[in-house]
Design a protein around this ligand. Structure first.
Ligand SMILES: Nc1ncnc2c1ncn2[C@@H]1O[C@H](COP(=O)(O)OP(=O)(O)O)[C@@H](O)[C@H]1O
Ligand SMILES: [Mg+2]
Length: 486
């Protein structure tokens, strides 16, 4: 029997991928991947591996997991493709498979576009090599089946994609950017769901990502294993170390443009200007068990906040709520995609059923929401506060237990997915993370904080605060006319 093909052979042999990966610019990658599979390293490679992994010595045997924290355009997706091909073609699992069972090399990407990029790399590598091309039995948009009972699957990271497989290897591309409306921690949870599927074949886990904030699976693994002797090999490298062909100027310009973002994107440093804005525990403590929506009750006065969306991917959202003593109860949160006029018509009848005649909404939406709601006899008032301001006011209301939220998973995930970014100028901004959404969080924040304001004005008016009163007081009649509940 001939010696098994190593990752180094695959990258250097001219009958395999030597032409592409055997050149100088891929030398850091060759050293790292050889170290991952426990191969002999040259002195120079040992130096590279020690520098990139923060270890005193390269691992002595193959590692179980490889986590690469690397800059954008550093060759991560290409390497992911190469590793998928290696694991599928050169790691024979047949003796461990039951009759009819296939081994899956699963490549998970942050979104469809990135999944396509990796799939193209894989398909290109296999189809471009006459020897490997012969292994292909079937190829469709995201699957390549080989004649050795191995299948390569490239999909977006989701819970749906990970069930029911026997997994030979998991390759997680850009894991720091995996997002899901169904979970606040899709990276950790998807990996957890996959581990049993990997157990029979002792499958390898390979994660490659640019870093993002100091949260999530990438950060936790980095913190636990970087620089330590462990079966989990972690490396960190700026783009130019891994891909010296990238023009320096591109990195220099990006750093000048937005240093915090570029340090993460190209220098592979985790960002410390970002933190979770509201913890999941605080949000969950505010959630009622049921029902999802509370029906109209004539004892209450209701008000509403909307976040219009003009079609496309964003959701057009509405929240309806009322006061109970010091607390604000969020009765209804709805989100719809589709024709704005139809959504407004639907929301207008919902508002009517709660006897609401006016709504507050996003002020950047332009004039169409006001015109559209007017057609149904509802006044639309643009919110005075920008989104960040609404969130800043939502935080104390939630932490002090003054808000009751509906048991809406997406809403909970959106609120706990909000990020606070501190800028050097001292102005914090709060928004969803990359690829995330916050439409539902936005309407709830608007509802909770807008109501606060009107109540505050009212209290000042009723209790008589003479200093303030001269600045802000309005006749009760005007408040009534504006529809602010007394
Ligand atoms: N070490 C390298 N040597 C030469 N070209 C590289 C190297 N790494 C990446 N590239 C090229 O840079 C581009 C981006 O690579 P990709 O794998 O998509 O990067 P990433 O996923 O890290 O953003 C591709 O065109 C790739 O061929
Ligand atoms: Mg990539």
């Amino acid at each position: 029997m001939s010696a098994p093909v190593t990752i180094r052979d695959l990258m250097t042999d001219s009958d395999l991928f030597g032409q592409q990966f055997g050149v100088d610019s891929w030398s850091a990658w060759r050293a790292l991947l050889a170290a991952f599979y426990g191969l002999q390293l040259s002195k120079a490679e040992q130096g590279v591996v020690e520098a990139l992994t923060g270890r005193h010595a390269p691992p002595e045997a193959a590692s179980e997991e490889l986590w690469l924290v690397m800059g954008r355009r550093g060759g991560k997706s290409q390497a992911a493709g190469l590793l998928a091909v290696y694991e599928a073609c050169f790691n024979d699992h047949r003796d461990k498979l039951s009759p009819g069972e296939v081994a899956t090399v699963m490549v998970l990407a942050a979104d469809r576009k990135q999944a396509k990029v990796v799939f193209r790399y894989i398909s290109g590598l296999l189809n471009g090599n006459p020897m490997l091309k012969r292994l292909i039995v079937r190829e469709d948009k995201e699957t390549i089946e080989l004649n050795n009972r191995c299948v390569i699957e490239v999909t977006t990271a989701s819970f749906r994609s990970v069930r029911g497989y026997t997994v030979a290897a998991v390759i997680a591309d850009e894991i720091a950017f995996w997002r899901s409306d169904e979970s606040a921690n899709p990276d950790t949870e998807i990996l957890r769901a996959l581990r049993p599927a990997m157990a029979t074949l002792r499958g390898k886990l390979i994660a490659l990502s640019s870093p993002y904030s100091k949260r999530g699976a990438l950060w936790n693994t980095y913190r636990r294993h970087f620089g330590k002797a462990s079966p989990v090999l972690v490396a960190q490298a700026p783009t130019l170390t891994m891909n010296p062909t990238l023009p320096d100027k591109l990195v220099a310009d990006a750093l000048e443009d937005d240093a915090s973002a570029a340090k993460a994107e190209y220098l592979a440093e985790f960002r410390d200007d970002l933190e979770q804005f509201i913890t999941r525990e605080v949000v969950e403590a505010a959630v009622r068990t049921s029902p999802l929506e509370l029906p109209f009750n004539r004892a209450h006065r209701y008000h509403a906040f909307v976040d219009p969306a003009g079609g496309g991917q964003d959701e057009f959202c509405i929240a309806i709520g009322h006061h109970e003593d010091e607390a604000i109860v969020v009765d209804v949160v709805r989100a719809r995609r589709g024709t704005p006029a139809e959504i407004v018509a639907g929301y207008a009848s919902l508002l009517a059923s709660y006897r609401i005649k006016q709504v507050t909404g996003d002020k950047y939406a332009g004039s169409w929401p006001a015109d559209e709601f007017k057609k149904h006899g509802i006044d639309y008032h643009p919110s005075e506060q920008p989104k960040s301001g609404l969130y800043l006011d939502l935080l104390p209301a939630l932490t002090s237990g003054r808000v009751e939220l509906p048991p809406d998973t997406r809403l909970i995930n959106q609120i706990s997915g909000l990020e606070r970014r501190t800028s050097r100028a001292g102005r914090d901004s709060i928004d969803h993370g990359p690829g995330g959404h916050d439409d539902r969080a936005n309407v709830v924040a608007g509802l909770v904080t807008t109501k606060h304001k009107s109540r505050y004005d009212l209290e000042r008016l009723v209790n008589g605060d003479p200093v303030q009163r001269t600045e802000t007081s309005k006749p009760i009649a005007a408040i009534k006319a504006a529809g602010i509940p007394l």
